[in-house]
Design a protein around this ligand. Structure first.
Ligand code: ZN
Length: 278
């Protein structure tokens, strides 16, 4: 069986991209999700593409996917920032294509940007329209670059697109090879949604997975080792089998619960994932 596990480079924001890949490889992961952290990915440009390409070509860890910056979302409430966001996403798709990555992970919205509109009755509809408009504008670039955009569930309500069912109906009109979904297990848990149900609701459009556990004693409970919390990982595994999931398994655990170093945490997650997937 192909080892399709990976780790986000955001586990190693304390160092540059090359050193982050070194650490991911040493923990046992064959692949990485290149995260948006400035330490790892700069502003998209030809120079930045060749810098990252040189690092990836020389490295045994394969670049699998890329995570767009959290501020570069599909929906914003004002036209100026939406245009900026769409332009950045287009550049990131071109960049991911030039680096032979398969998918670009994007967030549909940004809770901080939408917070002032929480009581605005028109907000959900404006967000929905904004997301569709952005996707339509980005589609020609996706089709040229052979990179899929995959949209992630976020742990915020009453903001739209927090459930996989709603995201699934959003992506339904778009081609499977261009637009997909990524389920974040910890985010589903934070919204009291059953991750297994969320996986099944995503069905054949699921192309990515963010794995992390929860620490219910923390203020922000997610992004801990999957060994933490009371997630039913057997039921979750079964749900992936039910939909015949073929995407990568990406660790997004980067918060230590008992003083582990980033290296120790990555190794712990990798060992857990190997056992869980076997
Ligand atoms: Zn995530």
């Amino acid at each position: 069986m192909i080892d399709d596990t990976s780790s986000t480079t955001s586990s190693f924001r304390d160092r540059g991209l090359e050193a982050a890949l070194d650490a991911i490889g040493e923990a046992g992961f064959p692949q990485a999700e290149i995260c948006e952290a400035e330490e790892h990915v700069g502003t998209p440009s030809d120079q930045e593409i060749s810098r990252i390409r040189n690092i990836l070509e020389a490295h045994s860890v394969r670049g699998r996917t890329m995570h767009a910056p959290l501020r570069s979302t599909l929906a914003t409430m004002d036209a100026v920032s939406r245009n900026q966001s769409v332009e950045t996403l287009k550049e990131l798709i071109r960049m991911a294509g030039a680096l032979n990555l398969t998918d670009l992970v994007v967030h549909p919205t940004n809770s901080r940007e939408l917070a002032p509109y929480a009581d605005d009755p028109q907000m959900p509809q404006r967000v929905r329209e904004s997301v569709v408009r952005s996707l339509d504008e980005i589609m020609p670039v996706i089709e040229q670059s052979a990179v899929r955009i995959i949209i992630e569930n976020l742990p915020y309500t009453p903001i739209p697109f927090a459930s996989m069912a709603e995201l699934r109906s959003l992506v339904e009109p778009y081609p499977t090879e261009s637009v997909g979904l990524i389920v974040d297990i910890g985010h589903a848990y934070r919204l009291d949604r059953d991750p297994a149900d969320e996986i099944r609701a995503s069905g054949s459009r699921l192309c990515g997975t963010h794995i992390h556990g929860v620490n219910v004693n923390a203020e922000r409970i997610d992004h801990y080792s999957p060994t933490m919390g009371d997630l039913d990982w057997d039921a979750i595994r079964q749900a992936y089998a039910d939909i015949d999931y073929k995407g990568p398994w990406t660790s997004e655990a980067f918060k230590p619960s008992d003083g582990q170093s980033p290296e120790e945490l990555a190794r712990e997650v990798r060992d857990w994932m190997t056992a869980w997937l076997s």
